[in-house]
Design a protein around this ligand. Structure first.
Ligand code: MG
Length: 264
């Protein structure tokens, strides 16, 4: 198609669109007065967004409990000497965490680059060197341990950085301790979707079936020391909540003259 033809086509489309919008002028309105979404600065290529709680920025381990035995080497933290838990507690949240399996790799299966990210100190998404390393699928990197494998294996080779971006919906419990609604996790591994609103069956132990036990609304994030010097960097969390609004009237339609009537 010649350039001039293209211009004519765009013009013709514009006329059609304008005609359409003038013949169906009624606008649907929800009747909800939404609050303006907070304006925040999205992160640069490697920094946290402005409303994030930074758990590790390369400098110190002050955001963590039990971290005396974890080392900081060249701005990254290295697992060793027991699990660590964040001092701050979280419920529904967005978690960004970068990790790198030891290079050259040693061990195999669950013994190669094993760590883990436990949401609410209880629910593990597996950290493991799953690059050319066979193990049970619901125990490989990105698995909800013993519940589901990741949808795909997006692992980078040992020594390179892997990124988890996790959206966590905390479980809810009734007053009597029974489950009101389960936990859900959506996760991207190196930008690739590996868990899509996965409904957790409960906690993630090695030696029994998962189950829920009532706990607080907010609990720390735990990083596992599984005896392998897995490295971490750029860890930040955002508390999340749905957009806020109040239904102030029933949904309605408004025509071009500004007349309103109930929406069907
Ligand atoms: Mg683990």
């Amino acid at each position: 198609m010649m350039k001039s033809d293209y211009g004519l086509t765009v013009l013709a489309l514009a006329v059609i669109v304008m005609t359409n919008s003038s013949t169906s002028a009624d606008e649907y309105l929800t009747g909800i007065e939404w609050e303006e979404p907070a304006i925040m600065e999205p992160h640069e290529t490697d920094g946290p967004p402005s409303d994030a709680i930074v758990l590790f920025n390369g400098k110190d381990l002050s955001a963590w409990n039990n971290a005396d035995n974890w080392k900081i080497e060249e701005g990254v933290m290295v697992a060793g000497g027991g699990d660590i838990t964040s001092k701050e507690a979280f419920g529904d949240c967005q978690l960004h965490i970068e990790w790198s399996a030891p290079a050259p790799p040693t061990g195999d299966g669950q013994g190669r680059g094993n760590s883990g990210v436990f949401l609410m100190n209880t629910y593990e998404i597996q950290v493991l060197d799953s690059f050319d390393n066979q193990t049970y699928f619901d125990g490989q990197a990105g698995a909800i341990y013993k519940q589901t494998p990741p949808e795909v294996n997006a692992m980078r080779p040992p020594g390179q950085w892997n990124v988890y971006d996790i959206i966590w919906t905390a479980p809810r419990f009734h007053e009597d301790g029974s489950l009101k609604s389960p936990a859900y996790m959506t996760a991207l591994h190196n930008g690739v979707l590996i868990l899509n609103h996965f409904e957790l069956l409960g906690d993630t132990p090695y030696d029994r079936a998962p189950r829920y036990a009532a706990h607080a609304d907010q609990l720390p994030i735990r990083l596992q020391d599984h005896g392998n010097p897995v490295r971490f960097q750029n860890i930040w969390v955002r508390n999340i909540k749905p957009a806020q609004g109040k239904q102030v009237r029933a949904p309605f339609l408004r025509n071009a003259q500004g007349e309103e009537r109930p929406a069907e």
